[in-house]
Design a protein around this ligand. Structure first.
Ligand code: NDP
Length: 434
């Protein structure tokens, strides 16, 4: 705490991992001897920089840019960029720390990192977003590269922003280095299924949880928070697998649509018009309206997929979910459930999948994009989706088996933390004290 003052989210993420590691260090004292745990909590490199740009009114704006290169024992640093006014070092470090374990869990050769800025793209014109992205990349370009650090999107960074960032990188370096960023458009080096991957992957993970209990999505009532990239494609896959998503949200409220969220309309409102969830309700009609008070977690469901942001589901929300019959919670977002909420789920026997396992499909498909870029190839949608499904099955089974092995059967939290940790820690031991 004294070493990283004021970084509440980072402390929360570290604590959540360390409490799982007791059984590991008692079996493997060499991790303690080599100070692996202390080293894993310290980023390899942290970069903070000024991002000056000029808005449409000709005023100079200043934002702060971050890239935390957390751990490269398994491969180049890999993790998204977040543009949101709440971004500060503590958020970027929590996300980077989570990313190290998540990336390890995928079984792919990628280290962990994260970055972003306190820039708020909401209400900004395309031209302003472009000028901001160009200024951001004018500093970031010297720190990234196919073999060094490969950023992608996160909150506030989608296809549009990745395009502007890649354009500026290409211009500055005079190289078409496709592998330097992932989440690219399909005509300029992107991968099929990357856009859908995090949402689809979360639903594939839940599908494995259901299968393990002899069940399926068929007829299930699902609540998904958020209406951004992760939420949209989680909703799409739930509907494909026979469930019904009855509610989704944004930061200004939520809608309940008993007939099932109309995905075409949601995409039109969110991806094309960049509108609000209240616009969805208005256009949908049929008595659907946006609610700005209360919590989306008061809506009864069998399965909850928090897919908006950190700490959006607290202890009281968890109690409401349990009371209304929810039996599975899987994190599409990073750390959306508070520690109090997770404790409520554990106590009530709700099966809970942490983000570092359940939402790893996004980064896994980014690694598939890197593979395609390296071999100058592009795969079909079907092939890429099958690879994603296989990866999510692998992560599910690895978490379940590790939880059994270390005496915490049924705990995906312990399984994910331990399996991710062991893979990174073994590589760190092999590489010596670096
Ligand atoms: P988007 O920016 O596409 O969407 C974010 C959604 O969450 C929006 O609907 C947004 O509403 C809502 N939201 C953001 N902040 C808040 C808040 N404080 N309260 C309520 N709602 C909020 O981001 P993504 O879908 O990409 O990311 C969502 C989560 O998933 C994040 O935690 C991210 O780290 C995680 N994630 C994303 C991956 C990816 O591939 N994109 C990969 C793995 C994890 P509004 O528009 O009103 O702000």
């Amino acid at each position: 705490l004294r070493r990283n003052p004021g970084e509440a989210e980072f402390h929360q993420a570290v604590r959540e991992v360390l409490v799982s590691l007791g059984p590991v260090v008692s079996k493997r004292p060499e991790y303690v001897d080599a100070a692996v745990i202390r080293r894993i909590c310290e980023p390899e490199r942290q970069i903070i920089f000024r991002v000056p740009w000029v808005d449409d009114a000709g005023r100079v704006q200043i934002n702060r840019g971050f890239r935390v290169e957390f751990n490269s024992a398994l491969g180049p640093f890999k993790g998204g960029l977040r543009f949101h006014p709440s971004v500060y070092l503590g958020i970027v470090k929590f996300l980077g720390f989570e990313q190290v374990f998540k990336n390890a869990l995928t079984g792919m050769p990628i280290g962990g990192g994260k970055g972003g800025s306190d820039f708020d793209p909401k209400g900004r014109s395309d031209a302003e977003v472009m000028r901001f992205c160009q200024s951001f990349m004018t500093e970031l370009y010297r720190h990234i590269g196919e073999y060094r650090d490969v950023p992608a999107g996160d909150i506030g960074v989608g296809g549009r922003e990745i395009g502007y960032l890649f354009g500026q990188y290409k211009r500055i370096t005079n190289q078409y280095e496709s592998g330097v960023l992932t989440g690219k458009g399909l005509t300029w080096g992107g991968s099929q299924v990357r856009k859908e991957a995090t949402g689809y992957g979360t639903v594939f993970f839940v599908s494995e949880m259901l299968k393990a209990a002899g069940d399926s999505f068929d007829g299930k009532r699902v609540v998904v928070s958020g209406s951004g990239n992760v939420a949209t494609y989680a909703i799409e896959k739930v509907h494909e697998l026979g469930g019904t998503v009855v509610a989704c949200s944004d930061s200004s409220g939520y809608v309940v649509d008993e007939a099932g969220i109309d995905l075409d309309l949601l995409k039109e409102v969110k991806e094309v018009r960049r509108g609000r969830i209240s616009d969805y309700a208005e256009l949908r009609g049929n008595g659907v309206h946006a609610t700005t008070s209360g919590s989306i977690w008061d809506v009864s469901c069998d399965i909850a997929l928090p897919s908006a942001t950190q700490n959006e589901l607290d202890g009281d929300d968890a109690i409401a979910l349990v009371k209304n019959g929810c039996t599975i919670v899987a994190e599409g977002a990073n750390m959306p459930a508070t520690p109090e909420a997770v404790a409520v789920f554990e106590e009530a026997g709700v099966r809970f999948a942490p983000g570092k396992a359940a939402n790893a499909g996004g980064v896994a498909t980014s690694a598939l994009e890197m593979q395609q870029n390296a071999s100058r190839d592009s795969w079909t949608f079907e092939h890429t989706e099958e690879r994603l499904a296989e990866i999510m099955r692998g992560i599910h089974d690895r978490c379940a088996e590790t939880a059994d092995e270390f005496g915490t059967p049924g705990s995906y939290v312990a399984g994910a933390n331990i399996a991710g940790f062991i893979r990174v820690a073994d590589a760190m031991l092999a590489l010596g004290v670096v």
